[in-house]
Design a protein around this ligand. Structure first.
Ligand code: NDP
Length: 398
């Protein structure tokens, strides 16, 4: 049906490669490229599918990307490198007529902002080129937006309150490690908190608002209000929302390590001079922390991510709705060699590309996931390893 080019060979790239290989009817040709080709080769070898072709690219350089796209002529590129590369890859897509999908919004190297403005600015150019760009198609952002679109389509006349709740109740046995790229992860969780209420964004100090929330099959876990990028598009696309927030669980040990890392300046994104060489502290820190892609082997426990929505249903009555997935780290590891956080990101990225190639999410322009029909995506989540569950008018805290 179509040729896919995956860029990025980290934890998420590993899962995407496994999942596209599992769906040969849709992904008839597969190319896996990254900065370090040997990582692509290792993934291809572990999967053992001779259709996977590997290559090397520095995705910060548009000319290298253009050469790669011309060589392989993919129908769609799945960008699971880092958020810094989103715009260069989108530029190359426009240049070569290739469709685009990613799992995290563009970030300039020197300022962590979490805004879609840079990528939304490509809307007209993608539209005019007849190309589709699907933004933020991991779990959160990604499935969180699809869940919200599904709730709006099937159950709500008016959605008023949205809480996205993200719990990782896993244990990898390390004193400190991040579950995805450490640089991106630490930047995300150390920023100020922010939520949307009555038409305004309200900023909080980092981790200022927190409370125990109860997660299915897990129980209560301290959950912290943080800003997360999908809130920006969701409040725009669902203007009836009076409030939208994002909660993530963190353990005390994790927060203590994080505080020390910040206090001693190791989380800084400002370059410093060291022995006559410019280094960015957080990039150096990444080099000494455990590789998130290697955490899977001894990872126990599960993740639970979902949307809790309150509002008025199609009949005009009050409705509280909770839709979620629980994912076992160990099951993810047995299937793909990667842990649950990479798995919950990589599976939706594959499904998004599948939606495009099967013509279900083919809409020229630059779109967030909730702008597409959620039904075929929800159907695939059940088939591809991320089954979801619903609770109507249950006893949920928010
Ligand atoms: P990793 O750091 O494990 O992997 C990133 C990969 O991208 C590495 O293979 C790296 O290559 C490659 N890469 C980095 N820079 C370049 C470049 N300039 N050119 C080519 N390749 C490059 O990250 P993860 O797999 O954990 O995460 C991947 C993405 O998924 C991130 O953008 C992250 O923000 C996103 N994510 C999204 C989530 C969601 O739910 N939406 C959740 C978790 C992650 P090398 O090995 O040479 O360094």
């Amino acid at each position: 049906m179509g040729k896919v080019l995956i860029i990025g060979a980290g934890g998420v790239g590993t899962v995407v490669a496994h999942k596209v290989a599992q769906n040969p009817d849709v992904f008839t040709e597969i190319v896996l490229a990254s900065r370090t080709q040997s990582k692509c080769d290792a993934i291809a070898k572990a999967i053992g599918d001779s259709r996977i072709v590997t290559d090397r690219v520095d995705a910060d350089k548009v000319d290298e990307l253009v050469a790669l796209f011309k060589k392989h002529k993919p129908d769609i590129v799945i960008n699971v490198a880092l958020p810094y590369q989103d715009l260069t890859i989108m530029d190359a897509c426009l240049h070569c007529g290739v469709n685009y999908l990613d799992t995290a919004n563009y970030e300039p190297l020197d300022e962590a902002k979490y805004e879609y403005k840079w990528q939304w600015a490509y809307r007209e150019r993608f539209e005019q080129a007849g190309l589709t760009a699907i933004l933020g198609c991991g779990f959160d952002p990604g499935v969180s937006g699809v869940y919200t679109a599904y709730a709006a389509k099937h159950y709500f006349k008016e959605m008023q309150y949205l809480d996205i709740v993200d719990c990782n109740a896993g244990n990898h046995g390390k004193a400190f490690a991040t579950n995805f790229n450490p640089e991106i992860n630490i930047r995300e969780v150390t920023q100020k908190g922010k939520y949307y209420e009555n038409g305004q964004w309200i900023e909080t100090e980092p981790h200022e608002i927190h409370r125990p929330l109860t997660y299915p099959n897990i129980g209560p876990k301290e959950s912290y209000l943080i800003y997360h990028e999908e809130l920006e598009s969701l409040v725009k696309n669902y203007p009836t929302l009076k409030r939208a927030r994002f909660w993530m669980t963190f353990g005390q040990e994790y927060l203590t390590h994080l505080r020390v890392i910040q206090d001693i300046g190791m989380a800084s994104i400002e370059p410093i001079m060291y022995n006559g060489m410019e280094i960015v502290p957080i990039q150096f820190l990444k080099a000494v922390l455990p590789n998130p892609g290697d955490l899977g082997k001894n990872y126990t426990g599960e993740t639970s991510i979902g949307c809790r929505i309150r509002g008025i249903d199609k009949e005009g009555k009050e409705l509280t709705y909770y839709v979620y997935n629980n994912c076992s780290h160990h099951a993810a590891y047995l299937e793909t060699g990667a842990q649950g956080v990479s798995y919950t990101t990589g599976v939706p990225a594959m499904i998004g590309a599948m939606m495009f190639l099967t013509g279900k999410w083919n809409k020229p322009g630059v779109h967030n996931v909730e702008e597409f029909d959620p039904d075929p995506f929800m159907e695939q989540l059940n088939k591809q390893g991320l089954p979801w569950h619903e609770v109507f008018n249950g006893d949920i805290e928010l």
